[in-house]
Design a protein around this ligand. Structure first.
Ligand SMILES: [Zn+2]
Length: 390
């Protein structure tokens, strides 16, 4: 249902307002994803395009930035870094079409001092006075520990905190709740990722509550992945103490009752929050972001690799990759996953989660999964001619 609504939210045209005038640009979805004809951007954005075979070099007027595309490849390169796109540039009727995603997301994000995108009005505004862009950090040789060539920033989100204890469980050590386990694993995960040469941002490093809506905001321009850590629990009933194991979620519509239960449980943190989560309530918040499904495929792959590593060291079952409508993942504009690291209602899982050794094993396994994903990502970028990425 979310996807149908989102399709309805793709604008039929966008307005571009710059010092060189205003223009309404029609949006086409003929290739399956929203795109705009490059030639129509020439007047308002001062766009120049040079095509060399499949390579398209696009510059915005007045030194606004240079972007490189490959026709048919869902990536854009800017300032030495490569970024994934929803949909690929294509040529039809002798015209180059560029993904709306690039214009509506990357242009305002990478050139935030120059452009602002209003998703509700589908309007791109040029700002006056352009300060120089921040240069990206270049990494030359591959990292000796991981083999990664590019710099990556991971946002690690320990679930719950402060007045929101998360689930108290039945089998965790006395006085310990989900929020303590997630913080413990989150800090260990940070250490493991830093050891592997990655940059890490923690959404919280202490026992404080951060709004669900604020957590993904940690993952914007300088972030590659968003990983939220949680602890599962079963409601009272016959299976309560039996069910065990680890599962990894990416955001999507829930397909099963179990998936709905977990999403509802984690979204329930909303009730501890003092500020309303956006104008349209929880659903409005999810729909607020047109790019909700843009990283679905990447998120699913990341979930698969992390789940594989964690299930290999976990005493409980491998419950596989799952999908659910998690508020905390919905607005992260990067591949994002939520790891349910075990059940606080199962004796064996609870003991594992409550132990320093268990938390360390989980953190190490998640870090291994993240590195495996990033290596794959870098290979893919290199395959599309983006080897110069940062
Ligand atoms: Zn949780």
């Amino acid at each position: 249902m979310i996807f149908l609504l989102l399709l309805a939210l793709i604008p039929q045209q966008i307005l571009i307002a710059t010092s060189r005038g205003q223009a309404n640009i029609p949006v086409t979805t003929e290739s399956g994803t929203a795109a705009v004809a490059a030639v129509l951007l020439t007047q308002p954005l001062g766009l120049t395009v040079s095509l060399d075979g499949a390579a398209a070099h696009v510059t915005l007027g007045n030194g606004g930035g240079a972007f490189d595309f490959d026709v048919g490849s869902p990536y854009v390169r800017y300032d030495g870094a490569a970024y994934p796109l929803v949909g690929a540039p294509y040529i039809a009727r002798d015209t180059l079409f560029l993904p709306l995603h690039w214009l509506a997301d990357y242009v305002p994000r990478l050139l935030s001092s120059r452009y602002r995108w209003d998703p509700w009005l589908a309007r791109l505004d040029e700002r006056p006075a352009p300060p120089p862009p921040v240069p990206a950090v270049a990494v030359a040789a591959p990292n000796p520990v991981t083999g990664l060539r590019l710099a990556h920033t991971i946002v690690v989100d320990p679930g719950h905190g402060g007045v929101d204890p998360g689930n108290p469980g039945l089998t965790l050590p006395r006085g310990v709740a989900e929020k303590d386990i997630t913080l413990g694993i989150g800090k260990l995960l940070r250490a493991e990722l830093v050891r592997r040469g990655l940059n890490v941002v923690l959404t919280r490093a202490s026992d404080t509550l951060i709004d669900l809506a604020s957590r993904p905001l940690f993952c914007r321009a300088d972030c590659d992945l968003f990983v939220s850590i949680h602890v599962n629990s079963m409601p009272a009933g016959r299976r309560q103490k039996q069910v065990n194991g680890v599962e990894t979620y990416f955001v999507s519509d829930a397909k099963t009752e179990d998936q709905k239960r977990v999403a509802q449980m984690e979204n329930d943190a909303l009730r501890f929050e003092t500020s309303p989560a956006g104008s349209g309530g929880p659903l409005g918040f999810i729909l607020n972001d047109l790019q909700l499904n843009e990283y679905l495929r990447e998120s699913a792959r990341l979930a698969e690799l992390v789940q594989g590593k964690v299930s290999a060291i976990h005493p409980g079952e491998d419950r596989g990759v799952q999908q659910g409508p998690f508020l905390v993942l919905a607005a992260a504009r990067r591949p994002s996953i939520l790891v349910e690291t075990g059940f606080a209602t199962n004796q064996k899982d609870g003991a594992f989660l409550g132990s320093a050794q268990g938390q360390h094993k989980i953190a190490t396994a998640i870090a291994d999964g993240i590195v495996a994903y990033l290596l794959e990502f870098e290979r893919k970028i290199a395959g599309t001619g983006g080897g110069q990425a940062r």
